[in-house]
Design a protein around this ligand. Structure first.
Ligand code: ZN
Length: 260
C-alpha cells in the first residue's frame, strides 16, 4: 500500500491510495493529474471518495467517473456530482480489501465527512479533506465553532500513529501562526525545522502524524494552558471565558483568520 500526493492548483493535494494494481482517489478537484498518474503507475481506479462539496475537491469527479467507471462515495448531506453513493457517520466501506470508516466532521462545510482506514498496513490512515491541516484546521464556513471543535476532537481521538492526509500544503504558514500562539513549544520548533527542510527539497510535508499534531497544532491544543493563555491575552477573554473550550477555539480561529 502506498499514499501518493498529486499536487494540483496552487496548493491542493489529490491523494491516490494505491494497493497493488488498484487505487482509490480522494477529492479529485482535477481529473487530468489523476488520469496521468493512473497511466504512469499502471493502476485501475477502484473508487472515488469525496469529503465535501468545494470545487477544488469535486472538479474532476464527473470526468474521472466517466473515464473509469469507478464508483463515487460522498457526503450524504452535500450536493456533489451525481451519481454517487451517499455516506455518513458509522458507515463502513470495503475498498481494495480494506475497511474504511466514515466520520462526520462538520464545520468547514455543513456535511463534511472524513475517511479512516484503521487497519492499513504499517499504521492507520485518515483522509480528512479540509477539516484538519498540519499545524492548522479548515476555516469554519458553514458550521459553528462548536461543531468544528467536536469534529477535531473526534479526529484527535484516533490512534496517534495515524497518517493524516490533508488536502492542502498549508503547513509552513500554519506553523508560523502556531509559533505566535506557542512561542516556547519546543516540539513545534523541531517540527517546523523538519518541514522547512522538506519544502526546501520540494517535498510534501504530508502525510502528517496525528501524534505530532497533538504536540504542535494549536487547534488540537485549545485545552492546553499555554494556548488558553495566549488566546485569552490576544482576544481579551474574561477569566471565565478563557476556560470555555468553544470560546477559546472560536477566538483562536478568528486570530488565525486575521493573522498576517
Ligand atoms: Zn474546502
Amino acid at each position: 500500500m502506498k499514499l501518493i500526493s498529486l499536487p494540483a492548483f496552487t496548493d491542493n493535494y489529490l491523494w491516490l491510495w494505491q494497493q497493488d494494481a488498484n487505487a482509490v482517489v480522494i477529492d479529485p478537484g482535477d481529473a487530468q493529474p489523476v488520469l496521468d498518474a493512473l497511466t504512469h503507475h499502471g493502476l485501475t481506479l477502484a473508487a472515488i471518495l469525496v469529503t465535501h462539496h468545494h470545487a477544488d475537491h469535486i472538479g474532476g469527479v464527473a470526468r474521472l467517473h466517466q473515464a473509469t467507471g469507478a464508483p463515487v462515495f460522498g457526503p450524504a448531506r452535500e450536493d456533489i456530482p451525481q451519481p454517487f453513493t451517499p455516506v455518513m457517520e458509522a458507515d463502513q466501506l470495503t475498498l481494495m480489501g480494506h475497511k474504511v470508516q466514515v466520520l462526520d466532521v462538520p464545520g468547514h462545510t455543513a456535511g463534511h465527512v472524513a475517511y479512516f482506514v484503521p487497519y492499513a498496513p504499517q499504521s492507520p490512515v485518515l483522509f480528512c479533506g479540509d477539516t484538519l491541516f498540519s499545524g492548522g484546521c479548515g476555516r469554519v464556513f458553514e458550521g459553528t465553532p462548536a461543531q468544528m471543535l467536536a469534529s477535531l476532537d473526534a479526529l484527535a481521538a484516533l490512534p496517534s500513529n495515524t497518517r493524516v492526509c490533508c488536502a492542502h500544503e498549508y503547513t509552513l504558514s500554519n506553523l508560523r501562526f502556531a509559533a505566535a500562539v506557542e512561542p516556547h513549544n519546543t516540539a513545534l520548533q523541531t517540527y517546523t525545522a523538519h518541514c522547512q527542510s522538506l519544502r526546501a527539497q520540494g517535498l510534501p510535508t504530508l502525510p502528517a502524524q496525528l501524534g505530532t499534531e497533538l504536540q504542535i497544532n494549536p487547534f488540537l491544543r485549545t485545552r492546553h494552558p499555554d494556548v488558553q493563555h495566549a488566546v485569552a491575552h490576544h482576544a481579551g477573554l474574561s477569566q471565565t471565558t478563557r476556560t470555555d473550550d468553544v470560546a477559546v477555539f472560536a477566538a483562536l480561529r478568528q486570530w488565525k483568520n486575521d493573522f498576517k
